[in-house]
Design a protein around this ligand. Structure first.
Ligand SMILES: [Ca+2]
Ligand SMILES: [Ca+2]
Ligand SMILES: [Ca+2]
Length: 540
């Protein structure tokens, strides 16, 4: 029985361009699927965006963004802050506050493009890690930095998008800030307890501000490890899954077994066994981001079994039960539906079963033939035979075995007695019977009167054999007197022929009344030739 497993292509697609509805505060607006403008080129704009779900700082994260700090250098201000804080509506002070000023508790990574000497800002565009909404680079809330933001320029207000990557190693309690592909700052500390009072759940996002001077500030998300791009899936053997990730410049999938192209953003995975795949998504700095997906291969792709081709009796039903958890069933045969069906007719049956809980679709097919039911005929219709004849009854059939009414097996029997003969044929699909009524009769019926009166009155004047058809031929018919003398003899005559019978004359004279003996040599319908004798009385 061919077992067809149809392969399912299952798409696991989640956009890396965060479609989430960020909390937008102040001047922040969303400009496309993944980009937000935090401030416009106006004085004292301030805005913030926060990822809509709090993240758990007990887990590591990895974020990649592109940052735009505007096009005005000397006359531009003030900068953008990457922040962690617990209030979705938080927006801090404008101007030198960078949109985070005064927000506490908070942790901020400030990209400050305007030197406020009262805040101990260095002359160059700088990055620093600050706690609790502080913007002054002194005291305990200045956790790291400030250092020049870009290793290649003192200015980042260059009208270009520049890559930022922020990683949190929850095991090492280390926050790392990469800008323009360089590691710029690193801070190790118990952020949860020292800043957030033991609560690990915070919003992450960005704030930006302008003051008397301004720039347009934008951020575009490229990769967010909080949004796992790949959902674990379960499929049955023989299935395949399309794994699709985005956000990188190039990709490396491991292990490579079961993958059609381990360097593509979209790969078709058809592992033989349960496999945990890791994809390294390299950003524009060629730093890998990790994502994983577990493809569990479970179950039996041959779970749909209709069984081997078979034959059944025309009146029998064959029941199929392909009940499968969470499945939907599609029969190729009109009128059939559901997991349990019963069929009787000859033909090919096919069902496709698709599980809903895992990636799995399978089908099976069966051919059912009907066992031929034999024709059974004992042969003759009801019949009458001559006594002494034998009637052959033959049970003719292709399959099965014949029995007489008394249970005797037979192929052919010879019937010699009258009666009703019934025979059975037992075959794989049942019992057939036929019957015939057989009668016997004499086939040698010939009538010779016991007396005749040859007196010329036209009544019973001649003595001759008479029959109803049993006499086929008369070779000799003769009459003798009581002394044994022949008084009449005829050859090759026909029955019922008065003219050829004895007229009671002997040598032209009337024979005397009295008893005479006759003899008849004849063929009969039953095939016999016999010579019979009897007496007849001549009356005058
Ligand atoms: Ca500043
Ligand atoms: Ca600063
Ligand atoms: Ca600058």
């Amino acid at each position: 029985m061919p077992q067809n497993l149809k392969l399912l292509l299952f798409l696991v697609l989640l956009s890396a361009n965060l479609p989430a509805q960020y909390f937008l505060n102040g001047s922040a607006v969303q400009t496309n699927d993944s980009c937000f403008q935090l401030t416009s080129e106006v004085e004292f704009d301030v805005g913030s965006i926060w990822f809509p779900e709090k993240v758990d700082l007990r887990n590591s994260f990895d974020l990649v963004m592109d940052m735009f700090f505007g096009c005005a250098d000397v006359n531009g201000a003030d900068g953008i802050v990457f922040g962690l804080q617990p209030i979705s509506a938080s927006v801090g002070q404008a101007g030198e506050g960078l949109g985070i000023g005064g927000v506490r508790p908070a942790l901020g990574v400030e990209f400050d493009t305007y030197q406020n000497t009262n805040r101990n800002d260095p002359v160059f565009d700088h990055v620093a890690i600050m706690a609790n909404g502080a913007v002054t680079h002194s005291g305990p809330d200045n956790l790291a930095g400030p250092v020049v933001a870009s290793t290649s320029s003192n200015n980042i207000e260059n009208c270009q998008f520049l890559p930022l990557r922020v990683t949190w190693d929850a095991n090492a309690l280390t926050l790392r800030v990469y800008f323009n592909c360089d590691l710029r700052l690193e801070y190790t500390g118990d952020i949860v307890n020292e800043i957030f009072g033991g609560d690990p759940f915070v919003f992450y996002g960005f704030a930006a501000a302008t003051g008397g001077l301004f720039n347009r500030h934008e951020v575009c998300f490229r990769f967010n490890s909080f949004l796992k791009q790949l959902d674990d899936v379960t499929m049955c053997p023989g299935g395949q899954v399309l794994l699709d990730v985005t956000g990188g410049e190039r990709y490396e999938w491991t292990p490579t077994e079961g993958l059609d192209d381990p360097t593509a953003a979209s790969v078709t995975a058809a592992p033989d066994t349960t496999t945990l795949y890791t994809v390294r998504i390299f950003d524009e700095c060629d730093i890998p981001l990790l994502d994983t997906v577990r493809i569990a291969v479970e179950g039996d792709s041959a779970f749909v079994k209709l069984g081997p081709d078979t034959t059944i009796c025309p009146t029998d039903f064959l029941t199929f039960d392909v009940t499968t958890p969470t499945a939907i069933y599609e029969w190729a045969n009109p009128g059939l539906s559901g997991p349990v069906v019963s069929v009787s007719e000859r033909g090919t049956y096919e069902v496709t079963v698709t599980r809903q809980d895992i990636i799995c679709e399978a089908s099976d097919r069966i051919f059912i033939d009907n066992i031929p039911v034999p024709e059974f005929d004992l042969g003759p219709p009801d019949t009458s035979l001559c006594l002494g004849e034998l009637l052959p009854l033959t049970a003719v059939f292709e399959v099965g075995e014949g029995f007489l009414d008394d249970g005797t097996p037979f192929d052919t029997v010879y019937i010699s007695q009258p009666g009703r003969y019934r025979a059975y044929v037992e075959h794989p699909c049942g019992t057939l019977f036929d019957q015939v009524d057989v009668a016997f009769e004499s086939c040698r019926a010939v009538f010779l009167p016991t007396a005749f009166s040859p007196n010329g009155d036209g009544i019973n004047d001649r003595f001759f054999p008479q029959d109803g058809g049993d006499v086929l031929a008369i070779y000799r018919f003769a009459v003798y007197n009581r002394w044994g003398n022949l008084v009449y003899e005829a050859f090759d005559l026909s029955p019922n022929d008065a003219a050829s019978g004895w007229d009671g004359q002997v040598n032209g004279r009337a024979a005397p009344p009295g008893a005479y003996v006759w003899t008849l040599d004849a063929d009969y319908r039953d095939g016999s030739r016999t010579v019979d004798q009897g007496t007849v009385t001549l009356l005058r």
